[in-house]
Ligand binder design. Structure first.
Ligand code: GYE
Length: 334
């Protein structure tokens, strides 16, 4: 535990009699009382879940970056449930970790637990997803992608390739949308960015839009329903690769050729998505990097050392066509 936090915590311990037993047995559990008296940073990380290839890569990267930086990481998986994330954060507050980082499953409903962290003097770093709290003093910084920009890049590809995307040649480009988790920042923002850009072309419209919860299975089921309810779908815009991969299964099961009979645009660029892109089953992927671990550890160290950090750190990302995917596939780590 770092010294600055120790001072703050001892003030809390004094005012809260129940905490006085902490570490008093001599052989106390260093992890339980926040890491002991050395300079090791203890971080509590409340992850969303394991819903997608992106999330798996993100978790692995954070765990590896913590080990590399010598950060004592306490990790929890909320199985995509906000109540589980709130419980995990409360337990980190109780354990008196030095810093809490989390990727909020949805945008709303965090103020109460973030107030609790603030009262306990534990800084919070938002990782990957934003909260909609008006009180920005509830967190130190937000590290992650610009999801509106990602949605715009996806929409721009469609506008630029509109002629090709009118698969049935009827003059209308009929798009179905597989949304991410309802209420999640990437679902809200990707939709917004995409809609803003496609508005430039009056022939492009979204006929159906539903959540597939960022999972492969969700994408497959929703796509099956879309295909049953209309037969002139030209384009699928999936908010992540996994849902796009699920849609490919549904399209193939319906006797259609993904990437040809139905164009597919996704976001993430994980290895399975890039493989499908290089095979022409997906037509375009907007990259969203899950490799946030090293920057997160760096920000945590700075915040705890009392250094100024930017309130927003945006991840740098690119886009991929099938040809570009084929070129980088061999080196893709995740
Ligand atoms: O795109 C999706 C994951 O929050 C950016 O969550 C992340 C998203 C990512 O489940 O695959």
């Amino acid at each position: 535990m770092i010294k600055k936090t120790l001072v703050a915590l001892s003030a809390i311990a004094l005012s809260a009699g129940t905490l006085s037993a902490c570490g008093s047995d001599g052989g106390g559990d260093a992890a339980a009382d926040g890491g002991g008296s050395d300079d090791t940073i203890t971080m509590g990380f409340a992850q969303v879940g394991a819903e997608s290839g992106w999330r798996t890569a993100n978790t692995k990267n954070i765990q590896e970056a913590a080990a590399e930086a010598g950060v004592d990481l306490k990790f929890s998986d909320a199985q995509q449930k906000q109540e589980n994330q709130i419980k995990a954060i409360r337990s980190y507050i109780q354990q008196k970790v030095d810093v809490i980082a989390f990727s909020p499953v949805v945008e709303t409903g965090w103020d109460a637990v973030l107030q609790e962290a603030k009262r306990a003097n534990i800084p919070v770093i938002l990782t990957d997803r934003a909260v909609d709290s008006e009180d920005t003093s509830l967190y130190k910084t937000f590290l992650g992608s610009d999801f509106v920009e990602e949605g715009k890049k996806a929409g721009q590809w469609l506008v630029d390739n509109a002629a090709d995307a009118d698969v049935d040649g009827d003059g209308d480009i009929n798009v179905v949308e597989l949304q991410g988790t309802t209420g999640a920042a990437p679902a809200i923002d990707r939709k917004e960015g995409f809609e803003e850009v496609i508005a430039a072309n009056g022939e492009i419209s979204i006929s159906q839009s539903q959540t597939g919860d960022f999972t492969r299975d969700g994408g497959k089921q929703v796509m099956e329903a879309f295909l049953q309810s209309e037969d002139d779908i030209d384009v699928v815009f999936a908010h992540n690769d996994d849902m796009g991969l699920g849609a490919i299964e549904a399209i193939e099961a319906a006797g259609l050729v993904p990437g040809e009979d139905v164009k597919i645009i996704t976001i993430d660029a994980v290895k399975d998505g890039m493989t499908a892109l290089s095979e022409g089953k997906i037509n375009f992927i907007v990259e969203c990097s899950p490799l946030l671990g090293p920057q997160l550890m760096d920000l945590a160290e700075k915040v705890l050392a009392g250094e100024e950090v930017p309130t927003r750190v945006v991840t740098e990302e690119t886009t991929f066509t099938p040809e570009q995917a084929a070129e980088v596939l061999a080196e893709r780590q995740y």
